[in-house]
Design a protein around this ligand. Structure first.
Ligand code: ATP
Ligand code: SF4
Ligand code: MG
Length: 376
């Protein structure tokens, strides 16, 4: 039986921006793949390189002066080497993106229907009337009530949720094989968020497309994704099927992200908090493991040694970049899942506490747990 190659395969992708202050290592050697009809969730805090990685897939960081290396294989072609006119044929056609910044998708001064019709006509030679009929059809497809009436509306006449639906309609205009949705629900309230995610799932089923969903929120990933890549400081620090990541997460950063979503955190209220500290500068990144200044489990050598993304023992499809031994990680996670704090989990596992946890003992209570330089 032949195995179908992935729809998209990104190999050792690096994207750097030379700036006056130094080189921004926005994406630093990431490898992932997206299978036909499946969903990959890319999750990480602000500034971890999620958007830059996806813009690069569409060739949109070239014009920003980025230095790009590695390969982005799609339909047998390496998108990093494709001439601009060939990329333009793929963009909005075979690969579409719902942009994080809504202004880059919907022009405020043009009718939504006209913009949809234009998106269709950019890639197909269809008469205007047919493109308009397609615009109505697309508005209906994404669940906008009265699409015939709405097709002549302007973006400001749509609510936030309806505008998001219109942007999805725009991305779907040419039935792409791959849809990249960059934070598609962040600006929306919880109920509308759930509706948009359900819409994406329905459209995926109906159209058979693959989705890359980019988010800060592991809750969104739990809802949508078949596979997960967790990004920190321009790298993937953990990747596996969603099932493996949620049943046995291996990276301390993933534990931190899980601790900030209510449904999957332990029983204690106080665990539902963001990871202390701030993401590092991508110009001068921390030595060794880039997460070590914020990691409660960091050991002295972790500020010197840079961990590689390696398979978890006995889970060949689960990769993690952490220097702790797998049994120690698994004991820590078991303790956290049982509701223990990081300090208690460390004590149970027999590790030495990370310097920031040792320092915390001497700090006033309101600053406890915060690494040096962080503001409460
Ligand atoms: N044109 C650019 N020039 C210089 N640096 C850039 C440029 N575009 C992005 N960066 C930097 O690259 C890094 C990664 O940015 P990116 O937008 O991919 O983050 P992100 O993970 O999408 O964050 P967010 O969740 O806030 O959207 C950031 O440090 C950002 O400041
Ligand atoms: S290598 Fe050390 S510092 Fe980095 S995530 Fe693992 S335990 Fe934390
Ligand atoms: Mg982004």
């Amino acid at each position: 039986m032949s195995v179908q190659p992935p729809l998209l395969r990104v190999e050792d992708l690096r994207v750097q921006f030379p700036t006056e202050d130094g080189i921004v290592h926005a994406v630093d050697g990431i490898t992932y793949q997206v299978l036909h009809g499946k969903t990959l969730g890319i999750v990480g805090e602000s500034g971890s390189g999620k958007t830059v990685a996806s813009l690069t897939t569409l060739g949109l960081t070239r014009r920003m002066g980025a230095r790009i290396s590695g390969r982005i294989l799609f339909g047998g072609r390496d998108l990093t080497r494709l001439p601009e006119d060939e990329l333009r044929r793929i963009r909005g056609n075979e690969i579409a993106m719902i942009f994080q910044d809504p202004l880059s998708s919907l022009h405020p001064l043009y009718k939504v229907g006209d913009q949809l019709a234009e998106a269709v006509r950019a890639h197909r030679e269809v008469p205007k009337a047919k493109a308009r009929a397609r615009a109505v059809e697309l508005l209906g497809l994404v669940g906008i009530p009265d699409p015939r009436g709405r097709v002549d509306g302007y973006p400001h006449e749509f609510s936030g949720g309806m505008r998001q639906r219109a942007m999805i309609a725009m991305a779907l205009a040419n039935e792409p094989k791959l849809l990249i949705a960059d934070e598609p629900t962040t600006a929306l309230d919880v109920t509308v968020q759930a509706q948009i995610l359900a819409l994406l799932e329905r459209l995926q089923r109906e159209l058979g497309m693959a989705i890359v969903i980019i988010t800060h929120d592991l809750g969104v990933v739990a809802e949508m994704a078949d596979d997960v890549a967790v990004m920190y400081a321009g790298r993937i620090v953990e990747t596996a099927s969603a099932e493996l990541v949620f049943s046995g997460p291996e990276h301390p950063y993933t534990w931190g992200l899980l601790g900030s979503i209510p449904t999957l955190a332990g029983p204690r209220e106080e665990q539902l908090m963001p990871i202390p500290g701030t993401p590092p500068s991508l110009i001068s990144r921390p030595s060794g493991c880039h997460f070590h200044p914020r990691c409660p489990y960091a050991q002295p050598e972790h500020s010197r040694i840079d961990p590689r993304l390696e398979p978890v023992p006995k889970e060949p499809t689960h990769f993690v970049a952490c220097l702790l031994e797998a049994p120690a990680r698994q004991r820590l996670w078991a303790a956290l899942r049982a509701g223990h704090t990081p300090a208690e989990a460390i004590a149970e596992t027999g590790l030495s506490p990370a310097p920031q946890l040792q320092d915390a003992a001497q700090l006033p209570p309101d600053a406890e747990g915060l690494p040096e330089g962080a503001t409460p």
